[in-house]
Design a protein around this ligand. Structure first.
Ligand code: ASP
Ligand code: MG
Length: 438
C-alpha cells in the first residue's frame, strides 16, 4: 500500500478533483491524504482574524464568498441530483458550524475548529464524487486517529493502533481517503500540524503503516535543481538523499514541507514528488541512498540578517560561543548559518522580531555589526569532505559576486553562501551555469 497526498491546487476546482479521482482509481488500494482546496485555509485564517477582532460583518462576508465557491464546485462536480444534495448538505453543515462561532467568545480553540473545516470539506467532496462514480472509497476521519502528544509530536503508537483498527473494518474498500493537516492534541482538542502540515500527515501515516512509498502530488514535476522563477532551464532532480531533501526543503524549495521528511526518513519509506498535471513525469525520488559524487541542486533563502560579533576576548577563550548562543536562545531566535574566526563570529537569522534586544545583549561581548537584506544560497549534493573539487567549483562560480559568509562541513550535503539580495539572481544563475551545464 502507498500513501498519496494531494495538495490544495491538485483539488482546487471541480475539474481538478475529477482528475485526482481518475488518477487515484488507476493506482489501486492506497490511502489518499488531501489538503483543503487551494485558498481555503487562508480564507479560514482570515475568518478567524475577523472573529478575534469581533468584526462579525467582515467574517460573514468572507464566509459567504467561500461558501459560494464551494457551491459552484458542487454544481460542476456531480452529475446526479442525489449526490448534489448529499454534497450540499455536507458543505452547508460545515458553513453553519463556522457561522455559529460569530456569536460567542472566540479563542484559539475555536479558531482551530474553524481551520479544520477546509480539509473536512475537500475530503467530503472527493469521497462523494468517488462514490457517485461507483468507487467504494472509505473516508477515515483524521480526528479519530491522528493525535499529537504533550510535546506536539505525533503519537505514533496511538496513530498506528487506531488507524489499522479503522482500516480493518473495511476489507472491501477500493481505497481510503483522509484529511491532511488536522489532528487532535494530547487534550483531545481539535488541532493541526501547522500550515502546510498535510505533507507531514502523509509522512506520519506512511511511517506508521510501513507503506511501500509516500507520494506527494503537487503542481510541479519534482524538486528542481535550481529556482525556476529566477533561472531558465532548470530540471527536476531524479533522486535525492533524505538529508539532501531536508536541506533543500528548509532553504526555500517550497515543494515539500521541511518537517515532512523526518518520519519517512526514520522509517526508511521512500518519498516521491509527483505532478498532478503531468502524472507520467518521473518526478523526484527521495530515499536513503543517492547518487554520490555530484552536486544535485541549488536553493535560496531570502530575508536573512547577518550579525557579526568581534571581540578580543574571544581569542583563546572558552565559553564565548555559548554566551553568544544563549542570547539567541533567550529571545527564541534560531540561527541558520555560522562562521567563526579566532576573533569573531558571524551568524544569520531570519526572524528579526527580537533583534534590538539581541543586539543590546550582544554588545556586552564586543563590537556588533549587522548586514540586512541578505540571501543564503545553498548548494546541495554529495559534499563529503574527502570528495575533491566540489567546493572549489561552487566558489569559482561565485567569483564575481561579493560573498559575506561561507559555511561548509556542517553536514556532508551542504555548502552555504551568504550574498546580498541584489546578487541573488546572478548567484543562482552562475551556479547553474558552472555546476549543471558543464
Ligand atoms: N491546508 C493547510 C494549509 O494550507 C495544510 C496543507 O495544505 O498542507 O496550510
Ligand atoms: Mg502544501
Amino acid at each position: 500500500m502507498k500513501v498519496l497526498k494531494f495538495g490544495g491546487t491538485s483539488v482546487g476546482s471541480a475539474q481538478r478533483m475529477k482528475d485526482v479521482a481518475k488518477l487515484i482509481n488507476e493506482r489501486g488500494r492506497n490511502l489518499i491524504v488531501l489538503s483543503a482546496m487551494s485558498g481555503t485555509t487562508n480564507s479560514l485564517v482570515e475568518i478567524g482574524d475577523y472573529l478575534y477582532k469581533k468584526n462579525i460583518d467582515g467574517a460573514k462576508e468572507t464566509i459567504n464568498l467561500l461558501e459560494a465557491k464551494y457551491m459552484k464546485t458542487i454544481a460542476e462536480l456531480y452529475s446526479t441530483k442525489e449526490y448534489k444534495e448529499k454534497a450540499t448538505d455536507a458543505i452547508k453543515s460545515c458553513f453553519n458550524y463556522i457561522r455559529s462561532f460569530s456569536k460567542d467568545i472566540f479563542t484559539m480553540f475555536e479558531e482551530r475548529e474553524i481551520l479544520a473545516q477546509g480539509e473536512l470539506m475537500s475530503t467530503a467532496l472527493l469521497n462523494l464524487y468517488l462514490q457517485e462514480t461507483g468507487v467504494n472509497s472509505v473516508l477515515l476521519p483524521a480526528l479519530d486517529f491522528m493525535r499529537t502528544d504533550k510535546n506536539a509530536e505525533a503519537d505514533t503508537q496511538y496513530i498506528r493502533e487506531k488507524l489499522t483498527a479503522l482500516m480493518e473494518q473495511y476489507p472491501d474498500a477500493d481505497l481510503f481517503l483522509t484529511q491532511g493537516y488536522i489532528c487532535r492534541n494530547a487534550y483531545g482538542e481539535i488541532d493541526n500540524l501547522q500550515r502546510g502540515g498535510s505533507d507531514l500527515t502523509a509522512s506520519i501515516i506512511g511511517a506508521v503503516l510501513e507503506a511501500e512509498e509516500i507520494e506527494i502530488w503537487t503542481d510541479i514535476d519534482g524538486m528542481h535543481n535550481n529556482d525556476p522563477r529566477f533561472v531558465e532551464g532548470t530540471k527536476p532532480v531524479k533522486e535525492l538523499h533524505f538529508e539532501e531533501a531536508a536541506e533543500l526543503a528548509y532553504f526555500g524549495a517550497k515543494i515539500l514541507h521541511p518537517t515532512c521528511v523526518l518520519p519517512a526518513k526514520l522509517n526508511n519509506i521512500p518519498v516521491r514528488l509527483l505532478n498532478t498535471m503531468q502524472p507520467d513525469a518521473p518526478g523526484t525520488l527521495i530515499h536513503n541512498t543517492s547518487e554520490s559524487h555530484c552536486i544535485k541542486a541549488v536553493a535560496a533563502k531570502d530575508n536573512i540578517t547577518a550579525i557579526k560579533i568581534k571581540s578580543g576576548r574571544m581569542l583563546l577563550a572558552y565559553g564565548f560561543l555559548r554566551k553568544v548562543f544563549e542570547i539567541f536562545e533567550t529571545y527564541k531566535t534560531s540561527i541558520d548559518m555560522i562562521a567563526t574566526s579566532e576573533v569573531g563570529v558571524s551568524v544569520t537569522i531570519d526572524d528579526e522580531r527580537n533583534i534590538s534586544s539581541i543586539l543590546d545583549d550582544l554588545k556586552k561581548f564586543g563590537t556588533v555589526t549587522v548586514d540586512r537584506d541578505m540571501v543564503i544560497i545553498c548548494v546541495v549534493g554529495d559534499l563529503e569532505w574527502q570528495n575533491r573539487g566540489f567546493e572549489a567549483k561552487a566558489l569559482d562560480a561565485l567569483r564575481d559576486i561579493p560573498v559575506r559568509m561561507i559555511s561548509y562541513g556542517g553536514s556532508n550535503y551542504n555548502i552555504s553562501f551568504l550574498v546580498r539580495k541584489e546578487d541573488k539572481v546572478a548567484a543562482l544563475n552562475a551556479l547553474s551555469e558552472h555546476l549543471f551545464k558543464a
